[in-house]
Design a binder for this molecule. Structure first.
Ligand code: GLN
Length: 458
Protein backbone atom coordinates (compact mmCIF):
# COMPACT_ATOMS: atom_id res chain seq x y z
CA UNK A 1 0.00 0.00 0.00
CA UNK A 2 2.88 2.34 0.80
CA UNK A 3 4.48 1.88 -2.61
CA UNK A 4 1.09 2.34 -4.25
CA UNK A 5 0.42 5.57 -2.37
CA UNK A 6 3.87 6.87 -3.23
CA UNK A 7 3.28 6.07 -6.91
CA UNK A 8 -0.08 7.87 -6.85
CA UNK A 9 1.47 10.90 -5.13
CA UNK A 10 4.31 10.92 -7.69
CA UNK A 11 1.83 10.75 -10.55
CA UNK A 12 -0.29 13.57 -9.12
CA UNK A 13 2.79 15.74 -8.57
CA UNK A 14 3.21 15.93 -12.36
CA UNK A 15 -0.04 17.94 -12.48
CA UNK A 16 -0.83 16.32 -15.84
CA UNK A 17 -4.58 16.04 -15.30
CA UNK A 18 -6.98 18.95 -14.78
CA UNK A 19 -9.67 16.46 -13.78
CA UNK A 20 -9.82 12.69 -13.55
CA UNK A 21 -12.74 10.70 -14.96
CA UNK A 22 -12.15 7.14 -13.72
CA UNK A 23 -15.81 6.17 -14.13
CA UNK A 24 -15.62 6.82 -17.85
CA UNK A 25 -12.53 4.60 -18.19
CA UNK A 26 -14.02 1.87 -15.97
CA UNK A 27 -17.23 1.79 -18.01
CA UNK A 28 -15.14 1.23 -21.14
CA UNK A 29 -13.22 -1.55 -19.37
CA UNK A 30 -16.48 -3.25 -18.36
CA UNK A 31 -17.81 -2.92 -21.88
CA UNK A 32 -14.55 -4.46 -23.16
CA UNK A 33 -15.15 -7.49 -20.93
CA UNK A 34 -18.62 -7.92 -22.37
CA UNK A 35 -17.32 -7.42 -25.92
CA UNK A 36 -14.58 -10.01 -25.36
CA UNK A 37 -17.13 -12.52 -24.09
CA UNK A 38 -19.37 -11.78 -27.05
CA UNK A 39 -16.55 -11.85 -29.59
CA UNK A 40 -17.14 -8.23 -30.60
CA UNK A 41 -13.92 -6.56 -29.43
CA UNK A 42 -13.23 -3.19 -31.06
CA UNK A 43 -9.84 -1.72 -32.02
CA UNK A 44 -9.50 0.19 -28.73
CA UNK A 45 -11.77 -1.82 -26.43
CA UNK A 46 -11.07 -0.86 -22.84
CA UNK A 47 -8.02 1.30 -23.60
CA UNK A 48 -7.81 4.27 -21.19
CA UNK A 49 -7.01 7.48 -23.04
CA UNK A 50 -6.10 10.92 -21.69
CA UNK A 51 -7.94 13.77 -23.44
CA UNK A 52 -6.25 17.11 -23.88
CA UNK A 53 -8.58 19.61 -22.23
CA UNK A 54 -9.13 21.36 -25.57
CA UNK A 55 -11.60 18.69 -26.71
CA UNK A 56 -15.22 19.29 -25.74
CA UNK A 57 -16.45 16.34 -23.71
CA UNK A 58 -20.15 16.09 -23.03
CA UNK A 59 -20.96 16.61 -19.35
CA UNK A 60 -17.28 16.87 -18.44
CA UNK A 61 -15.63 20.24 -17.76
CA UNK A 62 -13.58 21.55 -20.69
CA UNK A 63 -11.27 24.44 -19.80
CA UNK A 64 -8.66 24.83 -22.58
CA UNK A 65 -6.27 25.39 -19.66
CA UNK A 66 -7.90 28.75 -18.99
CA UNK A 67 -9.71 30.56 -16.21
CA UNK A 68 -12.12 31.83 -18.89
CA UNK A 69 -13.59 28.37 -19.39
CA UNK A 70 -13.25 27.13 -15.83
CA UNK A 71 -16.53 25.44 -14.97
CA UNK A 72 -17.66 25.23 -18.62
CA UNK A 73 -19.43 21.92 -19.19
CA UNK A 74 -20.14 21.23 -22.87
CA UNK A 75 -23.47 19.73 -23.89
CA UNK A 76 -21.81 18.05 -26.87
CA UNK A 77 -18.88 15.76 -27.60
CA UNK A 78 -16.05 16.59 -30.03
CA UNK A 79 -15.97 14.38 -33.12
CA UNK A 80 -12.47 13.09 -32.36
CA UNK A 81 -13.28 12.05 -28.80
CA UNK A 82 -16.57 10.49 -29.93
CA UNK A 83 -14.68 8.43 -32.51
CA UNK A 84 -12.34 7.15 -29.79
CA UNK A 85 -15.28 6.12 -27.58
CA UNK A 86 -16.94 4.47 -30.60
CA UNK A 87 -13.74 2.45 -31.05
CA UNK A 88 -14.06 1.22 -27.46
CA UNK A 89 -11.67 3.56 -25.61
CA UNK A 90 -12.47 5.17 -22.25
CA UNK A 91 -11.44 8.53 -20.84
CA UNK A 92 -9.09 8.60 -17.88
CA UNK A 93 -9.33 12.36 -17.51
CA UNK A 94 -8.81 15.77 -19.07
CA UNK A 95 -5.18 16.72 -19.55
CA UNK A 96 -3.56 19.99 -18.55
CA UNK A 97 -2.27 22.22 -21.33
CA UNK A 98 -1.03 25.68 -22.18
CA UNK A 99 -3.88 28.15 -22.02
CA UNK A 100 -5.88 28.04 -25.29
CA UNK A 101 -2.96 25.93 -26.63
CA UNK A 102 -0.62 28.93 -26.68
CA UNK A 103 2.80 27.97 -25.41
CA UNK A 104 5.71 25.57 -25.68
CA UNK A 105 6.31 24.65 -22.05
CA UNK A 106 2.90 24.30 -20.37
CA UNK A 107 3.63 27.31 -18.20
CA UNK A 108 0.71 29.35 -19.53
CA UNK A 109 -1.87 26.96 -18.04
CA UNK A 110 -4.23 28.54 -15.51
CA UNK A 111 -4.07 25.27 -13.55
CA UNK A 112 -0.33 25.38 -12.91
CA UNK A 113 2.42 24.01 -15.11
CA UNK A 114 2.80 20.33 -15.82
CA UNK A 115 6.14 18.84 -14.73
CA UNK A 116 8.03 16.46 -17.01
CA UNK A 117 8.70 13.04 -15.45
CA UNK A 118 12.31 13.38 -16.69
CA UNK A 119 15.25 14.72 -14.65
CA UNK A 120 18.70 15.83 -15.75
CA UNK A 121 21.42 13.23 -15.20
CA UNK A 122 23.81 15.63 -13.45
CA UNK A 123 21.58 15.63 -10.40
CA UNK A 124 20.30 19.09 -11.27
CA UNK A 125 16.87 18.69 -9.81
CA UNK A 126 15.17 21.65 -11.48
CA UNK A 127 11.76 20.52 -12.70
CA UNK A 128 11.71 20.35 -16.49
CA UNK A 129 9.14 21.48 -19.05
CA UNK A 130 7.14 18.67 -20.66
CA UNK A 131 6.83 20.83 -23.79
CA UNK A 132 3.65 22.46 -24.91
CA UNK A 133 0.98 23.03 -25.51
CA UNK A 134 0.07 19.32 -25.16
CA UNK A 135 2.29 18.97 -22.08
CA UNK A 136 -0.25 17.15 -19.94
CA UNK A 137 -0.55 14.61 -22.74
CA UNK A 138 3.21 14.14 -23.12
CA UNK A 139 3.86 13.90 -19.37
CA UNK A 140 0.99 11.44 -18.81
CA UNK A 141 2.13 9.11 -21.59
CA UNK A 142 5.83 9.40 -20.72
CA UNK A 143 5.08 8.65 -17.05
CA UNK A 144 3.00 5.63 -18.15
CA UNK A 145 -0.18 7.05 -16.62
CA UNK A 146 -1.99 6.15 -19.84
CA UNK A 147 -0.94 4.30 -23.01
CA UNK A 148 -2.12 7.09 -25.29
CA UNK A 149 -3.45 10.62 -25.28
CA UNK A 150 -4.89 13.11 -27.67
CA UNK A 151 -2.99 16.24 -28.56
CA UNK A 152 -3.54 19.15 -30.88
CA UNK A 153 -0.90 20.77 -33.03
CA UNK A 154 -1.20 24.29 -34.40
CA UNK A 155 2.52 24.99 -34.62
CA UNK A 156 4.18 21.99 -33.03
CA UNK A 157 2.11 21.25 -29.94
CA UNK A 158 2.05 17.49 -30.54
CA UNK A 159 5.59 17.10 -31.88
CA UNK A 160 7.61 19.30 -29.52
CA UNK A 161 6.17 17.86 -26.26
CA UNK A 162 6.58 14.34 -27.69
CA UNK A 163 10.25 15.13 -28.38
CA UNK A 164 10.77 16.61 -24.89
CA UNK A 165 9.43 13.50 -23.16
CA UNK A 166 10.74 10.66 -25.32
CA UNK A 167 7.42 9.57 -26.85
CA UNK A 168 5.92 9.59 -30.37
CA UNK A 169 3.26 11.91 -31.74
CA UNK A 170 1.83 12.61 -35.16
CA UNK A 171 0.05 15.62 -36.59
CA UNK A 172 -1.81 14.31 -39.63
CA UNK A 173 -2.52 16.21 -42.84
CA UNK A 174 -4.71 19.26 -42.17
CA UNK A 175 -8.30 18.05 -42.44
CA UNK A 176 -7.76 14.40 -41.46
CA UNK A 177 -9.16 14.85 -37.96
CA UNK A 178 -12.32 16.88 -37.55
CA UNK A 179 -11.90 20.15 -35.69
CA UNK A 180 -15.52 20.06 -34.57
CA UNK A 181 -15.70 20.39 -30.80
CA UNK A 182 -12.05 21.39 -30.40
CA UNK A 183 -11.65 24.84 -28.82
CA UNK A 184 -10.37 26.89 -31.77
CA UNK A 185 -6.97 28.60 -31.65
CA UNK A 186 -5.90 29.16 -35.27
CA UNK A 187 -8.45 27.45 -37.48
CA UNK A 188 -6.32 27.18 -40.63
CA UNK A 189 -3.57 25.41 -38.66
CA UNK A 190 -5.25 23.46 -35.82
CA UNK A 191 -5.06 19.66 -36.16
CA UNK A 192 -5.66 16.88 -33.66
CA UNK A 193 -3.44 13.83 -33.42
CA UNK A 194 -2.36 11.04 -31.09
CA UNK A 195 0.58 10.89 -28.67
CA UNK A 196 1.73 7.45 -27.58
CA UNK A 197 4.71 5.34 -26.62
CA UNK A 198 5.57 4.22 -30.14
CA UNK A 199 4.75 4.59 -33.79
CA UNK A 200 2.44 1.59 -33.95
CA UNK A 201 0.23 2.90 -31.13
CA UNK A 202 0.11 6.28 -32.91
CA UNK A 203 -1.05 4.54 -36.11
CA UNK A 204 -3.79 2.64 -34.26
CA UNK A 205 -5.04 5.75 -32.45
CA UNK A 206 -4.88 7.96 -35.54
CA UNK A 207 -7.01 5.48 -37.48
CA UNK A 208 -9.71 5.78 -34.83
CA UNK A 209 -9.50 9.59 -34.65
CA UNK A 210 -9.52 10.34 -38.40
CA UNK A 211 -12.31 10.51 -40.96
CA UNK A 212 -14.65 12.84 -42.81
CA UNK A 213 -17.01 14.93 -40.71
CA UNK A 214 -19.71 17.06 -42.34
CA UNK A 215 -19.63 19.32 -39.25
CA UNK A 216 -16.13 20.61 -40.15
CA UNK A 217 -16.04 22.46 -43.48
CA UNK A 218 -12.31 21.74 -43.91
CA UNK A 219 -12.64 18.02 -43.16
CA UNK A 220 -11.07 15.77 -45.82
CA UNK A 221 -13.51 13.69 -47.83
CA UNK A 222 -11.16 10.71 -47.99
CA UNK A 223 -11.23 7.19 -46.64
CA UNK A 224 -9.00 6.48 -43.67
CA UNK A 225 -6.19 4.15 -44.83
CA UNK A 226 -5.22 1.04 -42.84
CA UNK A 227 -2.07 2.69 -41.47
CA UNK A 228 -1.42 0.08 -38.81
CA UNK A 229 -1.80 -2.95 -41.12
CA UNK A 230 0.52 -1.31 -43.67
CA UNK A 231 3.28 -0.30 -41.27
CA UNK A 232 6.71 -1.24 -42.58
CA UNK A 233 10.19 -0.19 -41.53
CA UNK A 234 11.55 -1.17 -44.94
CA UNK A 235 12.59 2.06 -46.67
CA UNK A 236 14.15 0.49 -49.77
CA UNK A 237 13.36 2.60 -52.82
CA UNK A 238 12.46 5.61 -50.65
CA UNK A 239 14.24 8.95 -50.70
CA UNK A 240 14.72 10.85 -47.47
CA UNK A 241 15.35 14.60 -47.84
CA UNK A 242 17.67 16.53 -45.52
CA UNK A 243 16.89 20.26 -45.79
CA UNK A 244 20.04 22.34 -45.54
CA UNK A 245 18.14 25.34 -44.11
CA UNK A 246 17.45 23.35 -40.91
CA UNK A 247 21.17 23.34 -40.10
CA UNK A 248 21.01 26.60 -38.18
CA UNK A 249 23.78 28.22 -36.15
CA UNK A 250 23.79 27.83 -32.42
CA UNK A 251 22.09 24.44 -32.38
CA UNK A 252 23.60 22.19 -29.70
CA UNK A 253 25.99 19.57 -31.13
CA UNK A 254 23.93 16.77 -29.61
CA UNK A 255 20.94 17.75 -31.78
CA UNK A 256 23.17 17.42 -34.84
CA UNK A 257 24.44 14.06 -33.58
CA UNK A 258 20.89 12.78 -33.12
CA UNK A 259 20.07 13.95 -36.65
CA UNK A 260 23.15 12.15 -38.07
CA UNK A 261 22.11 9.03 -36.16
CA UNK A 262 18.62 9.24 -37.67
CA UNK A 263 20.10 9.62 -41.15
CA UNK A 264 22.23 6.50 -40.56
CA UNK A 265 19.18 4.51 -39.41
CA UNK A 266 17.20 5.61 -42.49
CA UNK A 267 20.10 4.43 -44.67
CA UNK A 268 20.23 1.11 -42.82
CA UNK A 269 16.53 0.71 -43.59
CA UNK A 270 17.35 1.04 -47.29
CA UNK A 271 16.57 4.71 -47.94
CA UNK A 272 18.56 6.97 -50.19
CA UNK A 273 19.54 10.24 -48.50
CA UNK A 274 19.15 13.41 -50.58
CA UNK A 275 20.19 16.93 -49.66
CA UNK A 276 17.32 19.34 -50.40
CA UNK A 277 16.59 23.03 -50.08
CA UNK A 278 13.50 24.69 -48.56
CA UNK A 279 14.56 28.28 -49.22
CA UNK A 280 11.77 30.10 -47.36
CA UNK A 281 12.31 28.22 -44.08
CA UNK A 282 13.70 31.27 -42.30
CA UNK A 283 10.41 33.13 -42.78
CA UNK A 284 8.27 30.37 -41.27
CA UNK A 285 8.50 31.44 -37.63
CA UNK A 286 7.60 35.12 -38.21
CA UNK A 287 4.85 34.04 -40.63
CA UNK A 288 3.40 31.68 -38.03
CA UNK A 289 3.52 34.31 -35.29
CA UNK A 290 1.46 36.64 -37.50
CA UNK A 291 -1.12 34.16 -38.82
CA UNK A 292 -1.72 32.21 -35.60
CA UNK A 293 -2.32 35.29 -33.40
CA UNK A 294 -4.47 36.90 -36.13
CA UNK A 295 -6.78 33.90 -36.27
CA UNK A 296 -6.68 33.57 -32.48
CA UNK A 297 -7.76 37.17 -31.95
CA UNK A 298 -10.79 36.45 -34.11
CA UNK A 299 -11.58 33.05 -32.57
CA UNK A 300 -11.25 34.32 -29.01
CA UNK A 301 -13.68 37.19 -29.58
CA UNK A 302 -16.45 34.78 -28.59
CA UNK A 303 -15.37 34.78 -24.92
CA UNK A 304 -17.44 37.74 -23.90
CA UNK A 305 -18.87 36.57 -20.61
CA UNK A 306 -22.25 35.86 -22.23
CA UNK A 307 -21.89 32.51 -23.97
CA UNK A 308 -19.28 30.53 -22.08
CA UNK A 309 -17.60 30.13 -18.72
CA UNK A 310 -16.62 33.13 -16.66
CA UNK A 311 -18.57 36.35 -16.30
CA UNK A 312 -17.27 39.29 -14.28
CA UNK A 313 -19.64 42.19 -13.79
CA UNK A 314 -17.88 45.45 -14.60
CA UNK A 315 -18.58 48.93 -13.41
CA UNK A 316 -22.06 50.27 -14.09
CA UNK A 317 -23.52 46.79 -13.96
CA UNK A 318 -27.27 46.89 -14.69
CA UNK A 319 -26.98 50.08 -16.77
CA UNK A 320 -26.52 50.46 -20.54
CA UNK A 321 -22.78 51.02 -20.11
CA UNK A 322 -22.56 47.88 -18.02
CA UNK A 323 -22.40 45.50 -20.99
CA UNK A 324 -19.16 46.83 -22.45
CA UNK A 325 -17.68 47.01 -18.97
CA UNK A 326 -18.70 43.42 -18.37
CA UNK A 327 -16.90 42.33 -21.58
CA UNK A 328 -13.78 44.17 -20.44
CA UNK A 329 -13.83 42.88 -16.89
CA UNK A 330 -14.51 39.29 -18.03
CA UNK A 331 -11.72 39.28 -20.61
CA UNK A 332 -9.28 41.00 -18.25
CA UNK A 333 -9.87 38.36 -15.58
CA UNK A 334 -10.42 35.33 -17.83
CA UNK A 335 -7.38 35.47 -20.13
CA UNK A 336 -3.78 35.00 -19.04
CA UNK A 337 -0.85 37.19 -20.12
CA UNK A 338 0.21 35.08 -23.13
CA UNK A 339 -3.34 34.95 -24.49
CA UNK A 340 -3.66 38.72 -24.15
CA UNK A 341 -0.31 39.16 -25.92
CA UNK A 342 -1.55 37.04 -28.84
CA UNK A 343 -4.86 38.91 -29.06
CA UNK A 344 -3.01 42.22 -29.16
CA UNK A 345 -0.57 41.02 -31.85
CA UNK A 346 -3.47 39.53 -33.79
CA UNK A 347 -5.69 42.59 -33.76
CA UNK A 348 -2.67 44.75 -34.68
CA UNK A 349 -1.68 42.71 -37.75
CA UNK A 350 -5.31 42.62 -38.89
CA UNK A 351 -5.96 46.33 -38.34
CA UNK A 352 -6.81 48.48 -41.37
CA UNK A 353 -3.49 50.30 -41.36
CA UNK A 354 -1.26 47.24 -41.03
CA UNK A 355 -3.21 44.45 -42.70
CA UNK A 356 -1.28 44.65 -45.99
CA UNK A 357 2.10 44.94 -44.34
CA UNK A 358 1.61 42.00 -41.98
CA UNK A 359 -1.32 39.61 -42.42
CA UNK A 360 -1.55 39.81 -46.19
CA UNK A 361 2.20 39.52 -46.56
CA UNK A 362 2.28 36.54 -44.20
CA UNK A 363 -0.39 34.77 -46.27
CA UNK A 364 1.78 35.18 -49.36
CA UNK A 365 4.89 33.90 -47.62
CA UNK A 366 2.84 30.97 -46.32
CA UNK A 367 2.11 30.02 -49.95
CA UNK A 368 5.83 30.20 -50.77
CA UNK A 369 6.65 27.91 -47.84
CA UNK A 370 4.05 25.40 -49.04
CA UNK A 371 5.51 25.60 -52.55
CA UNK A 372 9.02 24.83 -51.21
CA UNK A 373 7.67 21.57 -49.80
CA UNK A 374 5.75 20.75 -52.97
CA UNK A 375 8.93 21.10 -54.99
CA UNK A 376 10.97 19.03 -52.55
CA UNK A 377 8.40 16.25 -52.66
CA UNK A 378 8.86 15.97 -56.42
CA UNK A 379 12.24 14.44 -55.52
CA UNK A 380 11.95 12.94 -52.03
CA UNK A 381 9.33 10.87 -50.20
CA UNK A 382 9.82 12.21 -46.68
CA UNK A 383 11.92 14.89 -45.00
CA UNK A 384 13.95 14.25 -41.85
CA UNK A 385 14.85 17.05 -39.39
CA UNK A 386 15.24 17.57 -35.64
CA UNK A 387 11.89 18.22 -33.94
CA UNK A 388 13.11 21.06 -31.71
CA UNK A 389 16.34 23.04 -31.40
CA UNK A 390 16.92 21.90 -27.81
CA UNK A 391 16.08 19.23 -25.28
CA UNK A 392 13.60 20.01 -22.51
CA UNK A 393 14.53 23.12 -20.50
CA UNK A 394 13.94 24.00 -16.87
CA UNK A 395 10.55 25.45 -15.97
CA UNK A 396 10.96 29.22 -15.64
CA UNK A 397 14.01 29.33 -17.90
CA UNK A 398 12.23 30.89 -20.89
CA UNK A 399 8.91 32.02 -19.45
CA UNK A 400 9.95 35.67 -19.10
CA UNK A 401 11.14 35.87 -22.71
CA UNK A 402 8.39 35.17 -25.27
CA UNK A 403 10.78 35.34 -28.24
CA UNK A 404 13.07 32.68 -26.74
CA UNK A 405 9.98 30.55 -26.18
CA UNK A 406 8.71 31.10 -29.75
CA UNK A 407 12.14 30.13 -31.16
CA UNK A 408 11.59 26.63 -29.81
CA UNK A 409 8.96 26.14 -32.56
CA UNK A 410 11.38 26.92 -35.39
CA UNK A 411 11.47 23.39 -36.87
CA UNK A 412 7.81 22.59 -36.22
CA UNK A 413 5.95 25.50 -37.80
CA UNK A 414 6.89 25.07 -41.51
CA UNK A 415 4.97 21.78 -41.83
CA UNK A 416 2.02 23.36 -39.98
CA UNK A 417 1.88 26.31 -42.38
CA UNK A 418 1.93 23.86 -45.31
CA UNK A 419 -0.72 21.59 -43.73
CA UNK A 420 1.52 18.53 -44.10
CA UNK A 421 1.62 15.39 -41.94
CA UNK A 422 4.55 15.45 -39.54
CA UNK A 423 5.63 13.24 -36.69
CA UNK A 424 8.16 13.23 -33.88
CA UNK A 425 9.86 10.02 -32.80
CA UNK A 426 12.35 9.59 -29.95
CA UNK A 427 15.84 9.29 -31.39
CA UNK A 428 18.54 9.80 -28.77
CA UNK A 429 19.42 11.04 -25.30
CA UNK A 430 21.49 14.18 -24.83
CA UNK A 431 24.50 14.55 -22.50
CA UNK A 432 22.13 14.91 -19.54
CA UNK A 433 20.18 11.79 -20.45
CA UNK A 434 17.23 13.83 -21.74
CA UNK A 435 15.32 12.67 -24.80
CA UNK A 436 15.73 14.24 -28.25
CA UNK A 437 13.22 13.78 -31.04
CA UNK A 438 13.48 13.66 -34.80
CA UNK A 439 10.78 14.97 -37.09
CA UNK A 440 9.54 13.28 -40.26
CA UNK A 441 7.51 15.45 -42.63
CA UNK A 442 5.53 13.84 -45.47
CA UNK A 443 3.52 14.67 -48.55
CA UNK A 444 -0.08 15.70 -48.00
CA UNK A 445 -2.19 12.60 -47.26
CA UNK A 446 0.90 10.37 -46.92
CA UNK A 447 0.70 9.62 -43.20
CA UNK A 448 1.75 6.08 -44.15
CA UNK A 449 5.10 7.28 -45.48
CA UNK A 450 5.63 9.34 -42.32
CA UNK A 451 4.71 6.47 -39.99
CA UNK A 452 6.90 4.00 -41.88
CA UNK A 453 9.94 6.28 -41.75
CA UNK A 454 9.17 6.84 -38.05
CA UNK A 455 9.10 3.10 -37.48
CA UNK A 456 12.50 2.73 -39.15
CA UNK A 457 14.01 5.43 -36.92
CA UNK A 458 12.36 5.01 -33.50
N1 GLN B 1 4.12 26.78 -29.34
C1 GLN B 1 3.28 27.24 -30.41
C2 GLN B 1 2.46 28.42 -29.97
O1 GLN B 1 2.58 28.79 -28.86
C3 GLN B 1 2.43 26.12 -30.90
C4 GLN B 1 1.18 25.93 -30.15
C5 GLN B 1 0.33 24.83 -30.71
O2 GLN B 1 0.73 24.08 -31.60
N2 GLN B 1 -0.88 24.75 -30.20
O3 GLN B 1 1.70 28.97 -30.71
Amino acid sequence: AEAYNAAVAGAKALNAFVIETPDHALAAADQADRDRAGGTLKPLSGVPIGMKDLFATKGVQTTAGSHMLEGFTPVYESTVSQRLWDAGAGMLGKLNMDQFAMGSSNETSYFGNVISPWRRGDGGNAPLAPGGSSGGSSAAVAARLCPGATGTDTGGSIRQPAAFTGISGIKPTYGRCSRWGIVAFSSSLDQAGPMARDVRDCAILLEAMSGFDPKDSTSLQMDVPAWDANLSADLRGKKVGIPKEYRIDGIPAEIDRAWEQGIAWAKDAGAEIVEISLPHTKYALPTYYIIAPAEASSNLARYDGVRYGQRVAGEGSGTGAGLAEMYKATRAAGFGAEVKRRIMIGTYVLSAGFYDAYFNQAQKVRALIARDFQKAFETVDVILTPTAPSASFALGEKSADPIAMYLNDVFAVPASLAGLPAMSVPAALDDQGLPLGLQIIGRAFDEQGVLNAGLAIE
